[in-house]
Design a protein around this ligand. Sequence first.
Ligand code: FAD
Ligand code: DHB
Length: 392
Amino acid sequence: MRTTVGIIGAGPAGLLLARLLHRSGIDCVVLEARTREYVEHRQRAGMLEQGTVDALREAGAADRLNVEGLVHQGIELRFDRERHHIDFPTLTGGRTVTIYAQTEIVKDLVALQLADGPPLLFEAEALAIEKPDSDTPVVRFLHEGREQTLTCDWVAGCDGFHGICREAVPAAAGRAYAHDYPYSWLGILADVAPSCEELVYARGENGFALHSMRSTRVSRLYLQVPNDTDPDDWPDDRVWDELAARFAVDADWTLRRGPITAKSVTPMRSYVHEPMRHGRLLLAGDAAHIVPPTGAKGLNLAVSDIRVLARAFTELHRSGSEQLLDDYSRVCLSRVWQATRFSYEMTKMLHAQPDGDAFESRLQLARLRRITASRHAAAELAANYTGLPLMI
Ligand code: FAD
Ligand code: DHB
């Protein structure tokens, strides 16, 4: 098989790139290791920056998002049993965020892709990228029980953090920067109306909790837990009791409980691979970088990489110029590092230190007080949370 852009991975990054290339008349093929059912039901992110919503609209993939997405004007910070609203439109000149699940974005993009192409192969696992620094890199992949090859002009490595594309970059040609955190998140999905109108980020004395949602009838909540926590050690009543304790405030507020339909533990890590290009292989999204979820940046960064990449391929197709492809890694990394910094700061500000460091705990409260007391500090949080510009 031969194509212009071989795309590895049908997560949000790979699927969106395929749509944008298709709209620019650029030929591509998407290879996805898992089944359609699996990728459409993998529970992950849910908070979309305005730029992400714009990109999905530009790709013609926002019909359902426009109807079902929940537009939020801000978030709530909870600490010391107090509630503080951070109002995005007044702090950012009108910006908002939208709640719409990653599972739904993937379903929308898969449906469009299968309806009018280009090819998207499920259960097609890329095994290796050969000659990524030549003019015709080759992807070896396993599909329908036999090994096949896809010869490309370019390869987009959109295969997530555990994919194989990053490994195709020789150690001497790149460098990774990583930071591990001493805690994880236990995430649940529950069939119960959200107990809040906007997302609540709570610093409880026993640790962090986040109240998010998927719709007016489904809640998504997260709880800081120790690394290597087994979800089976958290029966439903224990989850709800701990969430209720961490969200507790002096004001009149109660956490609604309901049947839990999914429960999983996610470790937290910051990781950036530089550069995001090796020869004709371009890494995008989680394949190149991951952040802890506290700032809700993972999915949004994947989408902003793809906006830059799609623009670069379109320019090459239109004018023959490789300038934007040459700029790709530098342009993306500047935004990636800003999101890495923000996610790190949000994480450190809101999670309990497992060693119970009292000095660190007081600093956390001082940071939170500063945000709620100073318009400048609140505006800085709002600007980062709603999304920095594409070119920074
Ligand atoms: P992915 O969504 O990981 O997609 C990569 C795709 O490549 C997958 O479909 C995979 O099956 C496929 N693939 C892998 N290897 C191969 C191969 N060899 N051949 C072919 N295909 C392959 N972000 C938030 O903002 N908030 C959250 O709450 C949040 N929760 C998360 C929970 C978990 C468990 C994880 C792992 C991530 C979470 N994230 C969250 C991050 C966010 O979901 C990711 O940043 C986002 O999915 C990145 O999209 P992507 O397309 O780059 O990668
Ligand atoms: C969600 C996840 C996050 O990590 C976050 O910061 C906000 C929302 C979510 O899954 O809805």
